[in-house]
Design a protein around this ligand. Structure first.
Ligand code: HEC
Ligand code: HEC
Length: 357
C-alpha cells in the first residue's frame, strides 16, 4: 500500500470509528452541549428552577406550565394554545428560540448544529427524573405532569390568539388518551389483547343476552345482532353486523365504547375481543368455537357486506359538474309547507301484529 493510500485508509477508519461512537454515546455528547444551558437550567435528581425552569419531565409537558416559575407571557400563551414539548418542536425552539417564540425571556441564541440538538435531546431524556423536583409530586413523572397541568387554569394564562373560549383549563395528556379510543378499519387504535369465541359466549350470556337474546335475535325491541342475510333489498331490511355492517372495527369500537347498555366501559379489552369473536360466530362468519380473535389477526376478517359500501363520489356526478346545488335562500319569499311525509307515504308499514303509533 502506498503511503498516501495508507493515510487515507487510516483517516477513513478513524472517521468511521468516531462517527459510530458519536451515535452510540449521544447522551454523553449531549451532556457537553448542556453546559450551554447549565447557567440557567438544571435537570435530574433535585433539580430546581433557576434563571430558567428545571427541565425534568419536559418532553410531554405543556410549554410554560411549571407551577411557581415566572414565565414570559409569550411562553404561557404558547402553552395555552396547546404547545406540548416533543422532539420536533423542541428542535425548532432550540435552533432559534426567539424565532420560535418571539418574546421568550430565554436569553439564548440557539444551537446551530443538528447533531448538537439531537445529542442534547438524548441527554435530556436520559437525565429526566419525574417528581422529585417538585415538592407536591409523589415520585412518578406522570403524576408530576398531571399536577402541574391541573393547576393551569384559564384565568392564569393570557387570552389565546384565537381570542375565544377563554375558559376551563388545558386537557391533560392522560385525559385525552382516555377519550382517544377509536379504532379504524385498518386496525389503527386496536389495543393489545385477544379473546376466544367460547369465552365470548360466557361474557355474552352474562352481559348481553338479556337484551340481545341468546343468539343475537333480540328480545322485544332491543336490537338484533345476528342474521338478516339477504334482507337488504326487502322493504324492511334486517340490518345486523352480519348482513349490513361494513367493518369489524366498528363492532369492537361500539361494544367497547357503549355496551353493555347502562354499564359502558365496564369490560376489559380481552372480553371485548372475545365478544367480537362470539358475534362473528353468531353471524356465521367464523365457525370454530376455538377461534381466537386478536390484535394480530383482526384485519384479516372481512364482513360480508363490506364490498357494497362505496366511496361517496356524488361530487363527480354530471349534474354537480354543471352547477353547485343551492344551499341557502334558494326560494324567494317566506317558506311554505308544500308536502307532508305522511302524504308522501315514506313511513314503513307495520309488521303483522305491530303498532307503529
Ligand atoms: C440565560 C439563561 C438561559 C439559557 C442559557 C438557556 N435557557 Fe432555556 N429558558 C430560560 C428561561 C428564562 C426560560 C423561560 C422562558 C420564557 O418564559 O419565555 C427558558 C425556557 C426553556 C424551555 C421551556 C421550558 C418549559 O417549561 O416550557 C426549555 C425547553 C429550555 N428553556 C431549554 C433550554 C436548553 C436545552 C438550553 C441550552 C441549550 C437553554 N434552555 C438555555 C433561560 C435560559
Ligand atoms: C340493557 C340492554 C342492553 C344490554 C345488556 C346490552 N345492550 Fe347492546 N344495545 C342495546 C341498545 C338499546 C342498543 C341500541 C343503542 C342505540 O342505538 O343507541 C344496543 C346496540 C348494540 C349494538 C349495535 C347494534 C346495531 O346494529 O346497531 C351492538 C353490537 C351491541 N349492542 C352489543 C352488545 C353487547 C356485546 C352487549 C354485552 C356486552 C350488549 N350489547 C349489552 C341494549 C343493550
Amino acid at each position: 500500500m502506498s503511503k498516501f493510500l495508507k493515510a487515507a485508509f487510516l483517516a477513513l477508519t478513524v472517521f468511521c470509528l468516531s462517527a459510530s461512537l458519536a451515535s452510540a454515546q449521544d447522551a454523553k455528547a449531549g451532556a457537553k452541549v448542556f453546559k450551554k444551558c447549565r447557567s440557567c437550567h438544571t435537570i435530574g435528581e433535585g433539580a430546581k428552577n433557576k434563571v430558567g425552569p428545571h427541565l425534568n419531565g419536559m418532553f410531554g409537558r405543556t410549554a410554560g406550565s411549571i407551577e411557581g416559575f415566572k414565565y414570559s407571557k409569550a411562553m404561557r400563551a404558547r402553552g395555552a394554545d396547546g404547545l406540548v414539548w416533543n422532539n420536533q418542536n423542541f428542535i425548532e425552539f432550540i435552533t432559534k428560540p426567539k424565532k420560535f417564540i418571539k418574546k421568550t425571556r430565554m436569553g439564548f441564541g440557539g444551537l446551530r448544529k443538528e447533531k448538537d440538538r439531537l445529542n442534547l435531546i438524548a441527554f435530556l431524556k436520559a437525565q429526566s427524573v419525574g417528581g422529585k423536583a417538585s415538592p407536591a409530586a409523589d415520585g412518578s413523572a406522570k403524576n408530576e405532569e398531571t399536577k402541574t397541568q391541573t393547576k393551569l387554569l384559564a384565568k392564569d394564562v393570557p387570552v389565546p390568539s384565537h381570542g375565544i373560549l377563554h375558559l376551563g383549563r388545558l386537557a391533560q395528556l392522560d385525559e385525552v388518551a382516555a377519550w382517544d379510543i377509536d379504532i379504524r378499519p385498518d386496525g389503527k387504535g386496536l389495543p393489545v389483547g385477544s379473546g376466544k369465541v367460547s369465552d365470548g359466549e360466557v361474557v355474552y350470556n352474562e352481559n348481553c343476552a338479556r337484551c340481545h337474546g341468546d343468539f343475537g335475535e333480540g328480545i322485544g325491541r332491543w336490537p338484533i345482532l345476528a342474521g338478516g342475510h339477504d334482507t337488504l333489498t326487502d322493504e324492511r331490511p334486517e340490518k345486523t353486523i352480519g348482513s349490513f355492517w361494513p367493518y369489524l372495527s366498528t363492532v369492537f369500537d361500539y361494544v367497547r365504547r357503549a355496551m353493555p347498555f347502562g354499564s359502558a366501559r365496564s369490560l376489559n379489552d380481552n372480553d371485548i375481543y372475545a365478544l367480537t369473536a362470539y358475534l362473528l360466530f353468531l353471524n356465521d362468519i367464523v365457525e370454530d368455537e376455538d377461534f381466537v380473535l386478536s390484535k394480530e389477526n383482526f384485519t384479516s376478517i372481512h364482513l360480508p357486506n363490506e364490498k357494497n359500501f362505496i366511496a361517496d363520489n356524488r361530487k363527480d356526478e354530471a349534474h354537480r359538474a354543471i352547477k353547485e346545488p343551492c344551499m341557502s335562500d334558494c326560494v324567494a319569499g317566506s317558506p311554505k309547507v308544500v308536502s307532508r311525509a305522511r302524504a308522501l307515504d315514506v313511513t314503513p308499514d307495520a309488521k303483522e301484529g305491530e303498532s307503529v303509533e
